[in-house]
Design a protein around this ligand. Structure first.
Ligand code: FAD
Ligand code: UQ1
Length: 453
């Protein structure tokens, strides 16, 4: 069944009823809501629906036994946290009141309202939430997987992005004494676009602390034409780079490496004929990323770039009203972060409930994303912004400064907030705090004479 976007909700509901659990034939599973992907977004929305649906009505399709709090990887790579602190068993983070199928989705058939798992199971759903995130494509850079398979000591190549490689970053950093240290940003969409440069600042701080900075050239090579998409924070980051003697090359993309010779080749994206091969002692790679193939190759579900094609406001699929997408795999043009997924959670919860009840989805996501730009062992610039790349800051002071309090927020407050509130369906981003703090600030200025000066 193919739902046109213009179909009225009541008509949609009538069609859904034909697919209700009791009427399903020739399939092994059927449910009211199927969530594909049990990462940040999938888990958080599952927690919300586990409070109102029955266990048999709510399915989560996820193959991994491990759930990682990926934002901690930046601190793991910098030797500030351990990998184990970023991991929990998937079984312990999924709500008890859901049916977990341990497999990957290999085929989406939105016309039939079915998803096929790698195990061969077919799940028929009334409503679908796609939450499969982004895949790391280390294979796209010739020589990279080979380099990452060698012991970190001889290779010097590392990557914070994968739990498989993040410990290498700290190992490589500790061994680094001289030469060139490169940090890369690929020519593809990435999750947490700040993370490729956060580790560069941490490396700089570490080398200074150890008295080794003078012998190491630190360079950030990014495929982007800017250091950061939001001007206010980009200005602050350029200042940090100048102060710390960090070289920044824009529109510069890593296209290959020779790990025997410890040489990396970069291409100038504005003049593709210009390729430069340089020796490295340390190479921190952010890999190219893409949505999983089952999503990217499905032209009913996805746009040309391979992202699930949703309405930017409601996060509802533009062709199939019973499908929503959350997080990194969604076409909504926000910065792909856990903070964005948090803000999307409640929008999706309310809009899915509306569609389930035959009402029009009315909640609108404003594109909120945030990126705690860690700039050292006790400093962080907390970037927060919306679809227009306009700052949307929580705190009643300008956040374009390196601050210790923002570092503490990143290191000590966000992890428990993630594990205990977000994954249990109780954290929808900081919009409520923002409203309270800014109201207080406004009253402080306008109504409370004691606060005026
Ligand atoms: P994920 O959490 O990645 O979950 C996707 C899930 O889908 C996974 O469990 C995966 O196994 C599963 N899956 C994949 N394919 C399939 C399939 N075919 N079938 C079924 N399941 C499938 N965000 C911040 O807000 N702040 C930060 O400071 C920050 N720092 C970061 C630093 C690093 C190094 C990294 C890697 C990420 C960082 N992020 C940060 C980004 C954040 O982790 C992601 O944006 C967030 O996890 C996205 O959630 P998601 O649910 O879309 O995807
Ligand atoms: C946030 O909501 C979030 O999602 C859980 C993050 O991911 C780990 C963040 O890094 C940040 C900074 C936020 C925003 C939270 C506040 C209190 C500003």
């Amino acid at each position: 069944m193919y739902f046109k976007a213009a179909v009225k909700p009541r008509a949609v509901l009538r069609v859904y009823r034909n697919f209700s659990c009791s009427s399903v034939r020739n399939s092994k599973h059927s449910c009211k809501l199927l969530i594909v992907g049990g990462g940040t977004g999938g888990c958080s929305v599952a927690a919300k629906f586990a409070k109102c649906l029955k266990k048999k009505e709510l399915y989560v399709l996820e193959a991994s036994e491990d759930h990682y709090y990926q934002p901690l990887f930046t601190l793991v790579g910098g030797g500030m946290e351990t990998l184990e602190e970023s991991r929990k068993n998937e079984a312990d983070v999924l709500p008890k009141n859901c049916t977990w199928l341990k497999s990957n989705a290999v085929r989406f058939d939105p016309m039939e309202n079915t998803v096929t798992a790698q195990t061969g199971d077919v799940i028929k759903y009334d409503f679908l939430l796609v939450a499969v995130g982004l895949e790391l494509r280390y294979d796209k850079i010739p020589g990279l997987e080979e380099a990452l398979s060698k012991p970190s000591k001889s290779s010097g190549v590392c990557s914070n992005y994968s739990p498989k490689y993040v410990n290498r970053t700290w190992e490589v950093l500790q061994q680094l004494t001289d030469g060139n240290a490169f940090f890369t940003f690929p020519n593809s969409p990435v999750k947490c676009p700040g993370a490729p440069q956060k580790i560069c600042y941490i490396a700089d701080a570490y080398l200074r602390k150890e008295g080794r900075r003078e012998k190491v050239n630190v360079t950030y090579n990014t495929s982007l034409p800017v250091i950061f998409g939001v001007k206010k924070y980009a200005d602050a980051l350029w200042k940090v780079c100048k102060e710390r003697d960090i070289n920044v090359n824009l529109r510069t993309n890593l296209i290959g490496l020779d790990s025997d010779k410890k040489e990396a080749t970069f291409q100038n994206l504005d003049k593709p004929e210009i390729k430069t091969t340089t020796q490295y002692s340390m190479l921190h790679v952010t890999p190219p990323m893409a949505t999983p193939q089952a999503v990217s190759s499905n032209t009913d579900l996805s746009n040309a770039a391979g992202f699930v094609e949703v309405n930017n406001g409601t996060l509802q699929h533009i062709r199939f009203p019973n499908i929503f997408a959350i997080g990194d795999c969604s076409s909504s043009p926000n910065s792909k972060t856990a903070a964005a997924a948090a803000a999307q959670c409640e929008i999706i919860h309310k809009n899915l409930c509306a569609v389930m009840e035959g009402r029009t989805p009315e909640e609108k996501y404003d594109g909120y994303a945030s990126c705690p730009l860690v700039t050292g062992y006790d400093k962080c610039i907390l970037a927060e912004f919306d679809y227009n790349l306009s700052p949307l800051e929580t705190f009643p002071f300008s956040q374009d400064k390196e601050m210790r309090s923002m570092f503490m927020l990143k290191k000590s407050i966000m992890p428990p907030l993630y594990w205990h509130l977000m994954l249990n369906g109780y954290w929808n981003g900081p919009s409520l705090f923002r409203k309270i703090m800014h109201l207080d600030f406004a009253y402080g200025n306008k109504r409370n004479p004691a606060k005026q000066d």
